[in-house]
Write a protein that binds this ligand. Sequence first.
Ligand SMILES: [Zn+2]
Length: 91
Amino acid sequence: MKDPLATQLCLKCQGGRKSMHSATLMTWLGDDLITVPNFPAWVCDICGDRTYDAHALAQLSMLLNPDAGTPIQTPLAIQKKNRPANAPPPA
Ligand SMILES: [Zn+2]
C-alpha cells in the first residue's frame, strides 16, 4: 500500500489518482491578475483535473488578502458591477 497522503482519488473521473505537482496558480488580487509559479496542486493522472492544494491556498490568501486564492473558473467578467450612480434621478 502506498502512503495515502501521496495520492488522492479523483472525484471527477472517479478512476484516476491525483498526485502533487507544481502548477502555476492564477488568481485575482483586487483588479490585478497575478500568477504564482510552482504552486502545489493535485493533478489527476487520467483526466488531468487540477485541484490546488487547500493548505497552500489558505496560506497564500493570508499572505495576500482575503479575496485572493480563488482559482479562476471563468475567463473574465463579474467584478465591474458597482458603478457610481451618475444617471440623473427621474424628475
Ligand atoms: Zn480524474
